[in-house]
Design a binder for this molecule. Structure first.
Ligand code: SAM
Length: 266
C-alpha cells in the first residue's frame, strides 16, 4: 500500500513513493544515521521550553493535553480505577519527551512512575530539572529513568509499562524503524498495556521537512504501517479545536496482538 503514496519536501522535490525517499536519504551503508543525526542536531538548537518543543505554538499545550487526558481515561479506565483503589502501581514511558511537557501536564497525574526517553541531551536535562523542581499540585507519580536515546535504538525493559506514550516523534522514524518499534515496544508492555501515538497528519501521501529531518504521514499511511507492524488500532481520534494553520493531529491507541499459542504480545 505505502508504495502508492506520493510525497514532497519544502524545496519542490517530489517523491513517487516512500521507498524513493528512503533511498535518497540513505547513507552509503544503506542505513539512515545521517537522517537521525540531523533531527537531533535540529532539536539541540531549539529553546528548551514548552514553546520551543511546540514549534512556537506553546499556547496549544492545554488543548493538546485536554484531549489526550480524555482519551487516556477512556482507554485505561480499568487500570486507573485499580490504581485509585490502591490495588495497582502504574508505570508509563514518555517517548521523544522533549522538556517533559507531556509527563508534567498529563502522565505524572495518573501514573506512579514515568520514565522519559529523549535523544537531545539539553532537552532531557531540562526535563529532569523541570520535573524535579516544579511543584505540580499533588502529582501521583515520580520521575523514574531518563534515557538519552532515539526510539529507533531503544531497548525496552521487558514487561515494565502500563502505557507507552509516543507524541510528535514517530515522524522522525523511517518506515522500517516505525514497524520494528512496535515489536520492541510490545515487549516492554504489561499484559494489558497500551501504546498511545499522537502525531501530525497530512491530507494525503507524505510531506518531508528537510529542516528537522521529519516525515508527516497521512492517516492512510499511518494505518498501513500499523497494519504492517501487526498491531490493533483500538481508537483513532482527531484532536479537536486545533488551529487551522497547523497540520491536523490524530491520536491512536494501539494494542499489540497476542501471538497465538504463545501468550506473547507482538
Ligand atoms: C515536537 S517535539 C515534541 C516533544 C514532546 N513529545 C511534547 O509533546 O512536548 C519532538 C521531540 O522528538 C524528539 N526526537 C527527535 N528524533 C527522535 C527520535 N529518533 N526518537 C525519539 N524522539 C526523537 C526531539 O528531540 C523532540 O524532543
Amino acid at each position: 500500500m505505502s508504495g502508492n503514496l506520493k510525497g514532497h519536501d519544502g524545496e519542490g522535490r517530489e517523491f513517487h513513493s516512500p521507498d524513493e525517499l528512503w533511498a535518497v536519504e540513505a547513507d552509503s551503508d544503506g542505513k539512515h544515521n545521517t537522517w537521525y543525526q540531523k533531527a537531533v542536531s535540529y532539536w539541540d538548537q531549539q529553546e528548551a521550553s514548552y514553546n520551543g518543543v511546540l514549534g512556537g505554538f506553546g499556547y496549544t499545550s492545554d488543548l493538546d493535553v485536554r484531549d489526550s487526558r480524555a482519551l487516556l481515561l477512556k482507554s485505561m479506565r480499568v487500570q486507573l480505577e485499580a490504581a485509585d483503589k490502591g490495588q495497582r502501581q502504574l508505570t508509563a514511558l514518555d517517548c521523544g519527551a522533549g522538556v517533559g511537557r507531556v509527563t508534567e501536564q498529563l502522565l505524572r497525574h495518573h501514573f506512579h512512575a514515568v520514565d522519559l526517553l529523549e535523544p537531545s541531551r539539553h532537552l532531557l536535562d531540562t526535563a529532569g530539572k523541570n520535573l524535579s523542581a516544579r511543584t505540580v499540585p499533588q502529582p501521583r507519580g515520580t520521575v523514574g529513568n531518563l534515557y538519552c536515546a532515539g526510539l529507533q535504538e531503544h531497548n525496552f525493559e521487558p514487561g515494565r509499562y502500563d502505557a507507552i506514550w509516543i507524541q510528535w516523534c514517530l515522524l522522525y522514524l523511517t518506515d522500517v524503524d516505525f514497524i520494528t518499534l512496535f515489536h520492541r515496544a510490545a515487549a516492554g508492555l504489561k499484559p494489558d498495556g497500551l501504546i498511545f501515538v499522537k502525531e501530525n497528519i497530512c491530507k494525503e501521501g507524505f510531506v518531508v521537512d528537510k529542516d528537522d529531518s521529519s516525515l508527516t504521514r497521512s492517516n492512510t499511511y499511518m494505518l498501513d504501517l500499523f497494519e504492517r507492524a501487526g498491531v490493533q488500532v483500538l481508537y483513532n481520534v482527531k484532536q479537536r479545536n486545533w488551529p487551522k494553520e497547523l497540520f491536523e493531529v490524530r491520536m491512536y491507541v494501539i494494542k499489540p496482538r497476542v501471538q497465538e499459542g504463545s501468550g506473547m504480545q507482538t
